[in-house]
Design a protein around this ligand. Structure first.
Ligand code: NDP
Length: 246
């Protein structure tokens, strides 16, 4: 039977900065056991040490979500450390905005690999475990771009639209015992603008973001809300924008 937040085992991809990091820190203060994955292992080590010295239950491992086997290992690692996995937060993502006509094809591929295929590999890795446990919760971090497209965001929006669609299909198929939630953040403090390779574009985005940013913990609180509901309540989606964002 699923519990509130305390004792729940929550695996988070992309936990080395921004929303993933804030989610790990916040959930750990609520008594969840958090499992951190990302490529920057030094960041994870520091975050895990800080969570631990504050009395939290945490472990971490290196994870590249573009590799299917690494997601399988990530889920196995969580099981080995804490005996089960209650929630997978698929949060790893990047946003190298550009105009289509700039033909940054490698960046398109990278977004598809991390933002979309990374989520699919997470589903493939965790679903058998959730089915065996007869409970589990997928939380997929999309974006307000999961229902919107504008200049420079075409491929980013496409990946986030796709994750929204996949999440809804998964929910319909698995609804009885497995919960599926999408969290769609607006402009949030993180390192995300660093993934934009076009320096002019990056400046524009940072300028825009400067007015509007909300702390990453605002998204962590939305995730916590979805997780702490009773097992028969599935929060399907939460959109969180800065009040001032259009
Ligand atoms: P950050 O850049 O701070 O965090 C992104 C995280 O993704 C990092 O921990 C990074 O870790 C991880 N990551 C990137 N590539 C990989 C990979 N191949 N394998 C594993 N981890 C990877 O940005 P945010 O916190 O903002 O981003 C988190 C999510 O939130 C993303 O999905 C983003 O699209 C979404 N989002 C963010 C918004 C914002 O305004 N900040 C708005 C809407 C959505 P590492 O480099 O160590 O691997």
């Amino acid at each position: 039977q699923q519990k509130g937040l305390a004792e729940k085992v929550i695996a988070i991809t992309g936990a080395s900065s921004g929303i993933g990091e804030a989610t790990a820190r916040f959930l750990a203060t609520k008594g969840s056991k958090v499992v951190l994955g990302a490529r920057r292992i030094e960041n994870l080590k520091t975050i895990a040490e800080e969570i631990q010295s504050a009395g939290g239950d945490v472990c971490f491992t290196s994870l590249d979500v573009t590799k299917k086997e690494q997601l399988e290992k990530f889920i196995q690692f969580a099981q080995a450390q804490f005996g089960r996995v209650d929630v997978l937060v698929s949060n790893a993502g990047l946003m190298p905005l550009s105009l289509l006509e700039q033909l940054k094809v490698e960046e398109w591929e990278r977004m598809i690999d991390v933002n979309l295929k990374g989520v699919l590999y997470g589903i493939a890795a965790a679903l058998p475990v959730f089915k065996a446990q007869n409970s589990g919760h997928f939380i997929n971090i999309t974006s307000i771009a999961d229902r919107w497209v504008g200049p420079t965001s075409t491929i980013y929006s496409a990946t986030k639209h796709a994750v929204r669609v996949v999440s809804e299909g998964l929910r319909q198929e698995m609804g009885n015992t497995i919960r599926v939630t999408i969290i769609a953040p607006g402009a949030t403090e993180s390192e995300l603008p660093n993934t934009i390779s076009d320096s002019e574009m990056k400046k524009t985005v940072i300028e825009q973001f400067r007015i509007d940013l909300i702390p990453a913990e605002a998204i962590a609180r939305a995730i916590a809300y979805a997780v702490e509901q009773p097992a028969d309540v599935d929060v399907n989606e939460i959109v969180v924008r800065p009040t001032a964002q259009k």
